[in-house]
Ligand binder design. Structure first.
Ligand code: SF4
Length: 361
């Protein structure tokens, strides 16, 4: 109980500071919540309603499924339709709409598509089905890429020949740099995701601050911590300051998780990547390097992953880039719901539209 009271007092103090600092600003400030964990926590806890009117939280590109472009989904569907190929991917990926279909629809039509909870499961499938090519549709940021890298290292060491990867692994910091450099949607500051910051370390954000003078504050997904981080951002903006600050000190250090980066660098190289809504972002994707080239499903099966179209009426690109809030999409809650998603942001539990719909009360 004393802990709860102390926590409540801390939140009240942070909100009071936030209100005082926001009053010093004679404009509306726009803070990008980069991670999906933040988007969900902010919606679930109703944090927007606690903030001063001139402090706006804008959803960002931190949902790996939402930012996967249509061309990737179309390519995975084309692969799934090939005879004797098995596509293994995360459950959420099955319902992501491609141009005309989804992996779930392809499965209903007879394609071999299986939901897995990790790259390790795809590895197991390949081991148990040696005559069948198993393609792991790998989606995720810095936090999930080491697992894919580990699995490919094991597959190479065991000379496993029927496991492939369709990599849509991405890096979040170059995406933030892109937002800051292009002044996408006039973002004033970043609320940096705790989970990915564990991997990157807080120093990873220093170039964004140095080059673009955008405060970067790291928080975990606990609502009091988010409020504390937003208060620190607004304090920096009120002082015309820009620094990296870390509220999530229990988990995030200066330099990230070196062992995991070694795993990534052993298997992948950094290259430009296509992001839904943003287009091509330099140095933001992970593709298998020369040593691991034979695992690349796009090359091995000659699949084109280009294509960035959206379904008619879908405004996901605007949501992902923070140009609109989900309810501003005409399909939100009408034609597009979690049960019947039209766009990718309504599919994943971390998608902005899904979170806004689920906690709309
Ligand atoms: Fe896309 Fe549906 Fe969200 Fe509209 S409501 S932006 S179609 S996910």
């Amino acid at each position: 109980m004393p802990d709860l009271i102390a926590k409540e007092k801390k939140v009240q103090a942070a909100l009071a500071d936030l209100a005082a600092d926001a009053a010093k600003l004679n404009r509306t400030v726009r803070i990008m919540e980069v991670g999906t964990g933040h988007t969900v926590a902010i919606q679930r806890a109703g944090i927007r309603a606690l903030l001063p009117e001139n402090v706006r939280l804008i959803s960002g590109p931190g949902c790996p499924i939402c930012t996967t472009p249509t061309g990737y989904i179309d390519g995975a569907i084309a692969l799934a339709k090939r005879q004797n190929v098995l596509i293994a991917t995360y459950e959420d990926m099955l319902r992501v709409p491609g141009t005309e279909s989804s992996l779930a629809h392809a499965r209903d039509d007879g394609a071999r598509v299986q939901a897995v909870s990790s790259a390790f499961e795809a590895h197991l499938l390949a081991n148990h089905n040696p005559d069948q090519p198993v393609i792991f549709a790998a989606v995720g940021f810095e936090a999930s890429a080491p697992t894919t890298a580990d699995v490919l290292t094991r597959a190479r060491n065991a000379d496993l020949r029927n496991l492939f990867v369709l990599s849509a692994h991405k890096l979040i910091v170059p995406a933030m740099e892109h937002v800051a450099a292009d002044n996408v949607n006039r973002i004033d500051a970043f609320l940096c995701p705790g989970n990915l910051s564990v991997m990157t370390g807080y120093r990873a954000y220093e170039p964004i601050v140095a080059r673009h003078r955008r405060p970067c504050v790291i928080a975990g997904f606990d609502p009091p911590q988010i409020i504390e981080a937003v208060a620190r951002i607004v304090a920096q903006l009120a002082d015309n300051d820009a620094r990296v600050e870390n509220v999530y000190t229990a988990a995030v250090g200066p330099d990230g998780y070196a062992r995991a980066w070694e795993m990534i660098e052993r298997v992948f190289r950094v290259e430009s990547a296509e992001w839904r809504g943003f287009g091509t972002i330099p140095n933001s994707g992970l593709a298998t390097n020369d040593t691991y080239k034979r695992f690349d499903a796009a090359q091995a099966f000659g699949i084109d992953l280009q294509g960035t179209g959206e379904r008619p009426g879908c405004r996901c690109a605007y949501v992902i880039t923070g140009h609109i809030d989900p309810p501003e999409c005409p399909l939100f809650g009408r034609a597009c719901t979690p049960e019947h998603p039209v766009g990718t942001c309504m599919v994943s539990t971390g998608g902005a539209c899904h979170a806004w719909y689920k906690y709309r009360g």
